[in-house]
Write a protein that binds this ligand. Structure first.
Ligand SMILES: NC(=O)C1=CN([C@@H]2O[C@H](COP(=O)(O)OP(=O)(O)OC[C@H]3O[C@@H](n4cnc5c(N)ncnc54)[C@H](O)[C@@H]3O)[C@@H](O)[C@H]2O)C=CC1
Ligand SMILES: O=C(O)[C@H]1O[C@H](OP(=O)(O)OP(=O)(O)OC[C@H]2O[C@@H](n3ccc(=O)[nH]c3=O)[C@H](O)[C@@H]2O)[C@H](O)[C@@H](O)[C@@H]1O
Length: 429
């Protein structure tokens, strides 16, 4: 099929490349002309494993092009994916400004060209947004508005887009479902077909539930620290119960990223506007807000105060294998350390330049051991493999004091103790 993907960010670009790999003819559209220029020159503007190579191969086959307007190749599209951002607005609800701007463009370009098409909302949007879009496009009878939320994770985005755990389709007409059946013919995962509103809630519910698991474990980790128990073993013992499962039980410095933080508050707003208090979700957010403070407190206690102490922070992106620092938990930690007078050095394989713009007071080095040199403590904030697999002898030799705070429970605790480090994890005995 001919597909236009509007918005070529994390979701749009991975969607475009994966659909092209599945044999569709895809054009990626973005208002950001600089981004489109880069994409046309075969440069991937984001760091995502395997994406640039895959993008180049489908461009070489002629199945993927880029444009900055819907008025070119996109005019022929059978399916229009909307993948623009839906960031947090001042009151916490999802800002739908970018989405409605696209809807206006779609109306302007396709109203006079009445061919059956799907207008597919992949952006994460509050329940009822698809219905509003359908109303706005109401006089364009051949435009079928569909909800098809995305579940990919950054760091494994292309693989997730190529092999999704499930495909959720919310639509209100048989014609809409049949368009999506044709699009996803080559996919073998389960498909959930439902109304637009239910599909929209599935997306928020999934992210909110994953965030809940993390905050639950982080709060238990605080208790575990006091009890002298080991949260990693607790998680393992829990996860072996098939009703619980092992995923998303990792305690740490909290969840970050462009989605859990904004989607949990957006869902709270949906609840509020509909007169339903989502009290569990409120606490999930509160635990996540205070988790970095709790970690700084541990470091402070270990070092006997922070003023003048040198702390090396390893990992700045919100998770490994991405350049994305949105809501990364290392940022509030760095802010607090600086606020208390600590001298901070930091390392990340990809994101140092972006963080340096926010925190020029921090010293950055391309070499982990240079970052560790003279440090009174090292904090693992993001479990990049470069930051996890260290030469412990060398690390100990360059640090002023052998103190490790493992904010991701990813360092080999027994081994580092053998090297003479004082090791503290999150909720570990
Ligand atoms: N980042 C992620 O891992 C996931 C994100 N989502 C959701 O997908 C949506 C997009 O997220 P990201 O890809 O992270 O956003 P992003 O910010 O990386 O990309 C959005 C893109 O849309 C472009 N854009 C804005 N207005 C436009 C317009 N009028 N026409 C064409 N392009 C326009 C921007 O220039 C930008 O390139 C959000 O609703 C997000 O919640 C869903 C699942 C995963
Ligand atoms: O809607 C979205 O944008 C996406 O949000 C998350 O994906 P992502 O934010 O890319 O990354 P995750 O792997 O979910 O990690 C999110 C945060 O939680 C943290 N995390 C994750 C798992 C865990 O056990 N513990 C934990 O602290 C990670 O370190 C990271 O900061 C969801 O996993 C995706 O399904 C969803 O599509």
């Amino acid at each position: 099929m001919n597909v236009a993907v509007i918005g070529t960010g994390y979701v749009g670009l991975n969607t475009a490349v994966s659909l092209a790999l599945h044999g569709h003819r895809v054009v990626g559209i973005d208002v950001d002309e600089e981004k489109v220029k880069q994409l046309k020159q075969r440069h991937c503007p984001i760091y995502e494993p395997g994406l640039e190579e895959a993008m180049r191969s489908v461009m070489d086959q002629g199945n993927l092009h880029f444009d900055h307007t819907l008025n070119g190749e996109a005019k022929e599209a059978d399916i229009l994916f909307i993948c623009v951002g839906t960031p947090e607005s001042a009151d916490g609800s999802a800002d739908l400004g970018y989405l409605f701007a696209v809807v206006e463009d779609v109306r302007a370009v396709y109203a006079s060209n009445p061919v059956r098409r799907g207008v597919v909302i992949k952006s994460t949007v509050p329940v009822g947004t698809g219905d509003r879009v359908a109303e706005l496009l109401g006089d364009c009878k051949e435009l079928h508005v569909i909800s098809n939320p995305e579940f990919l994770r950054e760091g494994s985005a292309l693989q997730d887009a190529l092999n999704p755990s499930r495909i959720v389709i919310g639509a209100e007409s048989a014609a809409a479902f049949s368009l999506m059946d044709e699009l996803y013919e080559g996919y073998s995962c389960p498909m959930v077909k439902t109304t637009r509103r239910t599909a929209e809630l599935i997306k928020y519910a999934s992210n909110a539930f994953l965030a809940t698991r993390i905050s639950f474990m982080n709060e238990l980790a605080r208790l575990s620290t006091v009890l002298g128990t080991d949260i990693e073993t607790v998680a393992r013992g829990m996860g072996l119960d098939s009703r619980i499962g092992p995923e998303f039980l990792r305690a740490g410095i909290g969840y970050g990223g462009s989605c859990f933080p904004k989607d949990t508050i957006a869902l709270l707003q949906v609840g509020k506007r509909n007169g339903v208090k989502l009290s569990i979700l409120e606490q999930v957010r509160e635990v996540n807000r205070t988790q970095p403070e709790w970690c700084v407190q541990l470091i402070r206690e270990q070092l006997g105060g922070l003023h003048g102490k040198r702390v090396a922070v390893l990992g700045l992106s919100f998770k490994p294998d991405t350049d994305d620092i949105r809501e990364s938990r290392s940022l509030p930690i760095i802010k607090q350390l600086l606020h208390e007078g600590a001298i901070v050095s930091a390392y990340d394989p990809i994101s140092m330049e972006t963080v340096a713009k926010l925190y020029p007071q921090v010293s950055y080095a391309d070499d982990i051991y240079a970052t560790l040199t003279g440090a009174d403590a090292a904090l693992l904030a993001t479990e990049w493999k470069q930051c996890v697999n260290l030469d412990w002898q060398k690390a100990k030799a360059v640090m002023a004091k052998p103190v490790l705070f493992d904010g991701r429970n990813a360092w080999p605790s027994e081994l580092v103790k053998q090297y003479g480090f004082a090791y503290q994890g999150v909720g570990r005995s």
